[in-house]
Design a protein around this ligand. Structure first.
Ligand SMILES: [Zn+2]
Length: 432
């Protein structure tokens, strides 16, 4: 099937100036065939969609998520971090079944599709259930089983993760890409990380890991090993593979040199999670200076509450301006670039831009909404004025997964009902 979509405005993300007015985009077989101004003399297609007030833009890529944690949205909010984790999240997670994780993930995909995300990097457990939900949803998923080395002395779970990768590689029309997910250097020993690095190299898998998230982590690792998280990542061989580093808030000049010299992949910032848990603000200008690729992610809904990447872009921009006192140094374009091209590049994917030959991953915002008028600066409107709720269409790998605000790939209402019912069993009903 060949499709053409005509819309009032198109933001291609090739460069900040490329805004097409009265544009059209044609796609076939999962890829963009052409994009440009409307042309009356065009070749025939199978279906034409006209959205005169639509704003077409690349879909967003969420670089760090624990999707099934939608099950814990609102559980023990505002608690101190370790109380939240140890007294509320871990006991509830211990009761999770495979089906709970399937439905929690499916609910997350509905929320992500609705708010313009087309692909996400996930770290959790029962990853077959996660992969099944991703396959059903129509989204792209870079999926890794979270590995807590301290609970895996004989590497059994690591080898299971490699087996999961072998099972799911190239599945769901190529939308699923398995990765290896060692949780963090404070829950995985250097020996464990070295074995992860070895398996990753052998199986040609990229790595997804939490690094340099909190000041506490830096102190703990300095005491335990006399090294920073980034030094540990280098010394254990992790950086010899493509690495997606979640957070990267606390890094020294030396750490950034290491990443500049050794890292393929990049740092995925989760500004809302970092703010809410009191962990700080990414030193973005320093990373930029060192040429380190930066992307954007939400982290799980257990801590961030929402998976709306539009909120994440806004927060990123605000916090950078708060931190650096130079509002012109981090622009709406920068925020949008991180959530599209930035994350995509870190994942080793070619998305994040609308051009012929690129994957047909794009979304349409309803430009008729009152808060998006006038259109003096469409990119500023997208980042500072829009929310995920303004997204009405989503196309992923050429498939229309949402049309006129309705998800086409699965029954979203059923996912809501399942999650409501299951959470009653999982969480003490009087628990905050
Ligand atoms: Zn995380």
């Amino acid at each position: 099937m060949r499709y053409r979509l005509e819309a009032g405005t198109m933001v291609t993300m090739e460069n900040a100036e490329t805004i097409i007015r009265r544009g059209q985009i044609t796609w076939d077989n999962g890829r963009i065939v052409s994009i440009g101004e409307e042309d009356s003399d065009v070749e025939p297609v199978d279906q034409v969609i006209r959205i005169p007030e639509g704003i077409v833009m690349p879909g967003l890529y969420n670089g760090h998520n624990h999707a099934a944690m939608t099950l814990f949205r609102g559980l023990a909010d505002d608690s101190p971090f370790f109380e939240w984790l140890e007294q509320h999240i871990w006991p509830a997670e211990a009761r999770l079944t495979r089906d709970d994780i399937y439905w929690g993930t499916l609910l997350a995909t509905a929320e992500m599709i609705r708010s313009g995300t087309v692909g996400f990097a996930d770290m959790y457990f029962e990853m077959d259930a996660v992969a099944e939900a991703v396959a059903v949803s129509g989204m792209r998923g870079w999926l890794s089983r979270g590995l807590v080395g301290d609970q895996d002395p004989d590497f059994q779970k690591l080898y299971e993760a490699a087996a999961f990768a072998a099972r799911w590689r190239h599945r769901a029309e190529g939308r699923i890409v398995p990765m290896l997910g060692p949780h963090a250097p404070y829950t995985c020993s250097p020996e464990y990380l070295a074995e992860v690095a070895r398996v990753a190299k052998k199986e040609n898998l990229a790595i997804h890991i939490h690094l340099a998230e909190s000041q506490d982590e830096i102190h703990t690792l300095k005491q335990r090993y006399g090294r920073s998280p980034i030094e540990l990542a280098r010394d254990t061989g992790l950086l010899q593979n493509r690495c997606l580093i979640a957070h990267g808030v606390h890094m020294s000049e030396d750490d950034m040199h290491i990443l500049a010299n050794h890292l393929s992949g990049g740092v995925v910032s989760c500004p809302i999670s970092n703010a809410k848990l009191g962990n700080g603000i990414l030193p973005y200008p320093a990373l930029l200076e060192h040429g380190i690729t930066v992307g954007l992610g939400t982290d799980g809904a257990g801590s961030t509450n929402t998976l709306d990447m539009f909120l994440e872009m806004k927060t990123m921009a605000w916090l950078q301006k708060v931190r650096n006192h130079e509002p012109h140094r981090f622009t709406a374009w920068d925020a949008l670039s991180l959530a599209t091209r930035g994350t995509s590049e870190i994942l080793g994917f070619e998305g994040g831009m609308l051009a012929p030959g690129q994957p047909a991953d794009f979304i349409v915002l309803d430009g008729a909404r009152t808060h998006l008028v006038p259109e003096l600066d469409v990119v500023a409107n997208i980042v500072y004025a829009a929310t995920g709720a303004d997204v009405t269409y989503s196309v992923i790998g050429g498939q229309i997964v949402m049309a006129e605000g309705i998800i086409t790939t699965f029954d979203e209402g059923q996912a809501r009902r399942e999650v409501r019912g299951r959470v009653r069993q999982l969480v003490d009903s009087k628990g905050r």
